[in-house]
Design a protein. Structure first.
Lengths: 366, 370
């Protein structure tokens, strides 16, 4: 242990570079994971905060964000009559691409009726729309593009005026904006169309029973909001998991290489000393322990610095680019330390190989 | 001095492998992320580029398909057909929906095609036929394989059962796939037969797409007209604008990691050769010569790392599709230039620490046996 510590601390610059390298690799893993967690929370924000416990979509559609849903025109009336249903809230929603200062920004439009609900859950400034030419924009998106209440804004072929700014309705991929349902029908040239129905159930009624009753109605798919959120997450996870795993894998290998390089160099430099220790009777396992301890200390110090660096970087990114939400969960920190441990163990293989092949007599020949 | 750098670098093979590998992986981070987004851009524009159309007509201010919605009155078809220079007009309906087979759900862009459409259909049909009639559908082969269905089987699209009559290739991406049904089925399921989403326009031979696009836009109100090249360019910009910030952050981290690995390698290599450098100094070598050796070492390592990183990326681009993931890695020229420049910056910066070390080296130390 003493030897390992001395070997490591003998060259401070090298130690700092190695700890820094591992810290960067660990930070990358944590930031990537934090991006995904934050994005997942942002993706389900509408589902999580909108009224009702059930969501009714067109048959075959089980997502809010992934697929376009157009319900049969009779669906709302039929559902209102169903046992246990308290309230039926229709929305007409669709992704649109906004042109903002020459940049293409996907946004999710929600057409709703302010009396019935389904609109923004937190209006930071302004009010809800009352006419077909008024809209509520996400406050982060508005801020990024210097838009404020009273500004004119073009959506597809219609002019709108921003009358409110909502909070908690953004993500780096897309932001929500809200207009009257009638305005959405005009915009999409779909008179009377409804995408989804948000269902509030009567107090004490069984959500599952109501869901199965509604599911029997023709042309619709009734889902719990939890299922819809899970389906949206599954869909986006499918898109992002492969690139993410690739990046995390590369970051892990880089970290391993860095620790490996440091411990290997430190071992090579101390080759003669290891030879002496072997010559006076130390078993290989004692020397393995020395190099593994060095690798562990360097990797875990790097992992610890990486966790702190990740927190700091996440704060900076979120301050500079407010559309990003980076959430570093406690289990991710555990993952980072496990990654550090893994890096150390793999990295220790390089110097262990050197030590194993070291002849004790070597020291007397040099 | 270059020879000395070469020998220093290759003298210890394991250290060389670790350092070149570390830099290669850091550059691989940047290269592969660029390649992923370039691949997505390519996949996402596949339908537009293979549609056979010269011009796309859409609802006013709709300039792409991905995550967009367009609605045009059906009367626009006749209006566009009457514009001089227009050879044919194919209306399509389009929205994002699911291809459902049992519990298997796959997101797809559903295209409603007129019977015997000359434009806008699937362009590569290894199995079956490409033009779906009433109650028929054509889906991507990889989606069919994943769902365990083939030609003659049923799939559910827009909540209705369709019989598969063809399987297409090149129509799937990391995000989704493209499926084709008849325009009539699409219209009736959507509950509206008097609107279409986009018009795919073929122009007369010898005419210019830019001129005809301008002519259509001048004659018909409330539409946006784009040449196919521009329309595909807009589609790419959606991906680019969405990913710019993420790519910048990841590139910065990749750069820092590369820098740390490189600095560490050159530093440790110089440290190990401290005595030799002191001997050279004692023999009269100037600091500038030694700096040159360190710089050459840094540049050689980075060049090797860059080449290895590029080979890794190209290998990944071949291996990943074999794993059944619809992820395409496309290495682009601008990305290579960017990573090449980053490598040079890394090499220059990483040489700073050892240069400082050499500058402070006392030639007399060699005589003291340090």
């Amino acid at each position: 242990m003493f030897l390992a510590r001395r070997n490591l601390l003998q060259d401070k610059t090298r130690l700092a570079l190695s700890v820094g390298g591992v810290a960067l690799a660990v930070m990358l893993i944590l930031i990537l994971k934090g991006f995904l967690t934050g994005m997942n929370r942002q993706i389900t924000s509408y589902i999580d905060r909108s009224p009702g416990s059930l969501l009714v979509a067109q048959k075959g559609v089980s997502n809010l964000l992934g697929a376009t849903s157009i319900l049969p025109t009779t669906a709302s009336a039929q559902i209102e009559l169903a046992d246990g249903v308290q309230n039926v809230i229709p929305i007409l929603s669709q992704f649109v691409i906004l042109d903002l200062h020459g940049k293409k920004q996907p946004a999710y439009m929600i057409g709703y009726d302010p009396v019935q609900g389904g609109g923004p859950w937190k209006i930071a400034e302004g009010r809800e729309p009352t006419t077909n030419t008024e809209m509520i924009m996400d406050s982060v998106l508005a801020n990024r593009h210097n838009l404020k209440i009273g500004d004119a804004f073009e959506i597809l072929d219609q002019d709108f005026t921003i009358v409110g700014l909502s909070d908690g309705t953004t993500s780096w991929m897309t932001s929500f904006f809200f207009i009257l349902k009638l305005a959405a029908e005009i915009l999409l040239r779909a008179p009377g169309a409804t995408s989804f129905l948000l269902i509030e159930t009567k107090t004490g009624a069984s959500t599952i029973n109501i869901q199965s009753r509604l599911d029997e109605l023709p042309g619709i798919n009734a889902l719990t909001k939890g299922d819809v959120a899970a389906n949206d997450l599954k869909l986006f996870a499918k898109v992002f998991s492969a690139p993410l795993k690739l990046m995390v894998g590369i970051a892990f290998l880089v970290g391993t290489m860095i620790v490996g390089l440091v411990i290997y160099t430190a071992t090579i430099e101390r080759q003669r000393e290891y030879g002496v220790i072997k010559a006076i009777g130390a078993a290989n396992r004692v020397l393995y322990r020395v190099v593994t301890t060095q690798a562990l200390v360097a990797a875990l110090a790097g992992a610890l610095s990486g966790v702190m660096l990740a927190y700091l970087t996440a704060q900076v990114i979120m301050a500079v680019r407010s559309q990003f939400l980076i959430i570093i969960e406690p289990r991710d920190i555990l993952l980072a330390f496990l990654a550090g441990l893994g890096m150390a163990l793999v990295a220790a293989l390089f110097p262990a190989h050197v030590i194993a092949g070291l002849a004790p007599a070597e020291v007397f020949r040099k | 001095m270059t020879r000395l750098a070469f020998r220093n670098l290759f003298q210890n093979k394991i250290r060389l492998v670790i350092s070149v590998g570390g830099v290669a992986l850091a550059l691989l981070l940047i290269l592969s992320l660029d390649a992923i987004f370039a691949g997505v851009e390519k996949q996402i524009t596949a339908y537009i580029n293979h549609s056979g159309a010269d011009i796309f007509v859409s609802q006013l201010n709709v300039r792409n398909m991905h995550m967009a919605s367009s609605s045009l009155p059906i009367t626009t078809v006749k209006e566009v057909e009457s514009v001089p220079g227009v050879s044919s007009v194919t209306p399509i309906l389009y929205l994002a929906n699911m291809i459902v087979v049992g519990e298997e759900r796959n997101l797809a862009y559903i295209i409603g095609l007129p019977e015997n459409a000359s434009l806008g259909g699937a362009w590569d049909i290894p199995v079956g036929r490409g033009n779906p009639g009433a109650g028929e559908a054509v889906i991507d082969q990889s989606v069919a394989e994943k769902s365990g269905v083939g030609v003659g089987d049923n799939v559910e699209i827009l909540g209705k059962k369709f019989k598969l009559v063809g399987l297409s290739e090149g129509t799937a991406s990391l995000v989704n796939s493209v499926a084709f049904i008849s325009l009539a089925d699409f219209g009736s399921l959507r509950g509206s037969l008097d609107t279409v989403s986009f018009l795919l326009v073929k122009i007369d031979p010898g005419e210019s797409p830019v001129d005809i696009a301008g002519r259509i836009e001048a004659q018909i109100p409330q539409v946006t007209v784009e040449t196919t090249a521009n329309f595909a360019g807009n589609e790419k910009r959606v991906v680019k604008d969405m990913s710019t910030d993420v790519i910048t952050i990841m590139n910065s981290v990749g750069f820092l990691i590369g820098l740390a690995v490189m600095a560490l390698t050159i530093y440790t290599a110089t440290l190990a050769r401290r005595k030799e450098y002191a001997v050279l100094k004692a023999l009269g070598a100037k600091n500038a010569h030694l700096y040159q050796a360190v710089m050459a070492q840094a540049f050689l390592s980075v060049i090797l790392g860059f080449t290895t990183g590029l080979i890794f990326t190209l290998l990944l681009s071949r291996i990943i599709p074999l794993l059944g993931v619809n992820l395409v890695l496309e290495v682009s020229g601008p990305s290579l230039i960017k990573v090449g420049s980053v490598s040079l910056v890394i090499a220059s910066l990483s040489a700073l620490l050892p240069i400082r070390q050499i500058a402070g080296l006392d030639p007399a130390m060699v005589f003291r046996g340090i």
